[in-house]
Design a protein around this ligand. Structure first.
Ligand SMILES: Nc1ncnc2c1ncn2[C@@H]1O[C@H](COP(=O)(O)OP(=O)(O)O)[C@@H](O)[C@H]1O
Ligand SMILES: [Mg+2]
Length: 484
C-alpha cells in the first residue's frame, strides 16, 4: 500500500479495541477506509465479511486481501489464506461493524445531523454535504446507505477529525430507525415529510409517522427536531420529539409561524429563486435543483446549517451551485439532426408523492418550439392495497400540469392508462423494454420528456434508448453563475 499523507482512519490497535476482538496474522497495518464489497474495495480498507441472503462475504476474503485490504474481519475460518493474513476474528461480522461505527461516533467531536422522511432523504443529505463541505471537514452517507448495514458502515468510515456528519436513515418497517439513530446520536434530526410510502408494511400513515419519529430516540438530549409544518403529521411528530427530550423544534415550510419559512419563490425550469427567513435571518438564494419540493427541502437544510453552527450566507451561495443527482431530476439535452429535446431523468425511483412533485416540475418547464410535455412512467411499487387508486390518481396532476402525452408501462400503470383523457394517451406496454421503442418513435425536437418509475420498473431502459438518439448537448453557460 502506498503511504498516505493523512492520518489513518483506524490503526490495527484501535480497530481491534473497538471490536473487542484480537488481531491475528500481520498486525502492524493502518486502515484508510472500510468496505463490505470487494468490487468497490480500495487498498487500505478494512474488509468486513458480512453474511447476506445467498451471499457470504467470507467467499471474498482472499480477493479482498489480494486487492490490498488492510485486514479482513471474519466470523469463521477461511481456507487458502496466507498463514500471516491480517484478520480480526469476531463472533458476528455485522455486530463488529456496528461496534466499529459506535467507536467512531464515540471519538468524534463532529456536529451531527440525521435525515429521514418518506421522500427527499438523499436529496437533503446531498444538499447538506454540498453546503457543509465548503465550510468544514464533512462526512456523509454514500448514495442511499441508510439501513442496518449502511448506517454503521457510514459511521465506521467517519474520520476522527470530521467537523460535520450527515447521516441518511431509512426504513421499511417499524423499529428499524430506532437502533440506527442510537448509534448516530445526532444533535439535529430532520424529517423531510411523511407520506404513504412503503404503506404495504403499515396499517396507516400515522403508523408511518410514528416509525419516522423513532429518529428522536437517538437525538441528543436538548437536540433539535427539524419538522415540516406543511405536513399533516407535524403535530404528532412534534409531540413525539418533545417527549423524547428535544430541546427545540424548528418548523419549516410556508406557514407564517414556521421558523424556517419561504416568503417568496419563483420556480424556473432549471432553478428556483427563493426568499426565506431562517431562524430570524432573512435570505435570498438561488437553488440549482428545480422544483417546489426541493425548495421545501432547502428550508430544512438551512435550518440544519444554522443548528450545526455553520454559516447561512455561505450556504445560500452553495445552494445555487447544486445540481440534481443522477436519476433524481438531472436534465439532459439531446441533440437531434435538427434541433434538440430535453430529458428530465427521474428514473431512480418513484412513489405518488415524488411523482406529483416531478409532474409539477415538468409543468414548470416550457417545451421548445412545437415541442410537447411528455411523461414516461412506470409502476410505483410497494403501495399494497392503495396501488390501483394511487396510479389512477395521477391523471389529475397530468391534466393540471398541462402534460400533453403519457407513455406508461407495467401492470399497475394500466390503471392510469385507463383513467387518462384519450388525447393524452401516447402508448402503453407491459414492460419498459417494450415501451422504449414506442417513445423513441414519437420524440421530436422541442419535446421535454420526464422519465419516472420505481427502480424495479427499470425506466432506465427508456432513458438509455432516448440518450442513444443523439449526442448530449453541452450545458449552456448560465450567466447567473459568473461574475465578469
Ligand atoms: N419534499 C419532497 N416532496 C416530494 N417529493 C420529493 C421531495 N424531496 C424529494 N422528492 C422527490 O422524491 C424522489 C426521491 O428523492 P430522494 O431524495 O432520493 O428521496 P429518498 O432518499 O427519501 O428516497 C425524487 O424524485 C425527488 O425529486
Ligand atoms: Mg435515499
Amino acid at each position: 500500500m502506498t503511504a498516505q499523507a493523512t492520518s489513518p482512519l483506524w490503526t490495527a490497535q484501535d480497530a481491534s479495541a473497538a471490536m473487542n476482538a484480537p488481531l491475528t496474522g500481520l498486525s502492524d497495518w493502518d486502515a484508510h477506509g472500510v468496505s463490505i464489497d470487494t468490487r468497490t474495495l480500495e487498498a487500505g480498507d478494512i474488509f468486513f465479511a458480512l453474511i447476506g441472503e445467498g451471499n457470504d462475504g467470507h467467499d471474498y476474503v482472499a480477493q479482498a486481501l489480494e486487492k490490498g485490504a488492510a485486514c479482513a474481519v471474519v466470523s469463521k475460518p477461511v481456507e487458502g489464506l496466507e498463514a500471516d493474513a491480517p484478520l480480526i476474528e469476531v463472533a458476528d461480522t455485522l455486530q463488529a461493524l456496528e461496534k466499529l461505527g459506535i467507536a467512531a461516533r464515540a471519538r468524534s467531536k463532529a456536529r451531527i445531523c440525521a435525515v429521514t422522511g418518506s421522500v427527499g432523504k438523499t436529496g437533503t443529505k446531498e444538499g447538506l454535504l454540498h453546503i457543509l463541505s465548503r465550510q468544514g471537514r464533512t462526512h456523509a452517507s454514500v448514495a442511499s446507505y441508510n439501513n442496518h448495514i449502511g448506517v454503521p458502515l457510514t459511521l465506521a468510515r467517519m474520520p476522527a477529525d470530521t467537523e460535520y456528519g450527515i447521516f441518511e436513515i431509512g426504513m421499511n418497517h417499524a423499529n428499524e430507525i430506532s437502533p440506527l439513530v442510537k448509534m448516530v446520536r445526532p444533535e439535529a434530526a430532520i424529517i423531510t415529510t411523511v407520506e404513504a410510502v412503503h404503506i404495504e408494511n403499515f396499517s396507516s400513515v400515522e403508523d408511518i409517522a410514528d416509525a419516522k419519529a423513532e429518529i428522536f430516540d437517538g437525538l441528543q438530549s436538548g437536540g433539535v427536531a427539524i419538522l415540516n409544518q406543511d405536513n399533516s403529521h407535524f403535530e404528532r411528530l412534534k409531540a413525539r420529539a418533545l417527549a423524547c427530550g428535544a430541546g427545540q423544534i424548528i418548523a419549516f415550510g410556508t406557514q407564517d409561524m414556521a421558523e424556517a419559512r419561504v416568503t417568496r419563490m419563483s420556480l424556473k425550469p432549471d432553478a428556483s429563486y427563493v426568499t426565506a427567513t431562517i431562524c430570524g435571518h432573512d435570505m435570498t438564494y438561488k437553488l440549482g435543483v428545480p422544483g417546489e419540493h426541493i425548495v421545501m427541502n432547502s428550508l430544512a437544510m438551512l435550518a440544519c446549517v444554522h443548528v450545526l453552527g455553520a454559516d447561512l450566507a455561505l450556504a445560500g451561495f452553495a445552494l445555487g451551485e447544486m445540481t440534481p443527482p443522477e436519476g433524481r431530476g438531472r436534465r439532459i439535452e439531446i441533440n437531434l439532426a435538427r434541433g434538440s429535446f430535453l430529458i428530465i431523468d427521474e428514473s431512480y425511483n418513484a412513489n405518488p408523492t415524488s411523482m406529483r412533485a416531478v409532474m409539477q416540475a415538468l409543468g414548470n418547464t416550457p417545451p421548445g418550439s412545437r415541442g410537447r410535455r411528455i411523461a414516461v412512467v412506470g409502476d410505483m411499487l410497494e403501495l399494497g392495497d392503495h396501488a390501483a387508486a394511487a396510479h389512477a390518481g395521477l391523471s389529475a396532476p397530468i391534466v393540471e400540469n398541462s402534460i400533453d402525452l403519457v407513455f406508461a408501462c407495467g401492470p399497475l400503470m394500466k390503471n392510469l392508462w385507463d383513467a387518462l383523457p384519450a388525447n393524452t394517451r401516447g402508448a402503453y406496454a407491459d414492460t419498459s423494454a417494450e415501451l422504449a421503442p414506442r417513445v423513441v418513435k414519437e420524440i421530436a425536437s422541442g419535446d421535454v420528456v420526464m422519465i419516472k418509475g420505481s427502480l424495479g420498473s427499470r425506466m432506465a431502459r427508456v432513458l438509455e434508448a432516448l440518450k442513444a438518439l443523439g449526442p448530449e448537448a453541452q450545458p449552456k453557460k448560465n450567466n447567473n453563475e459568473e461574475l465578469v
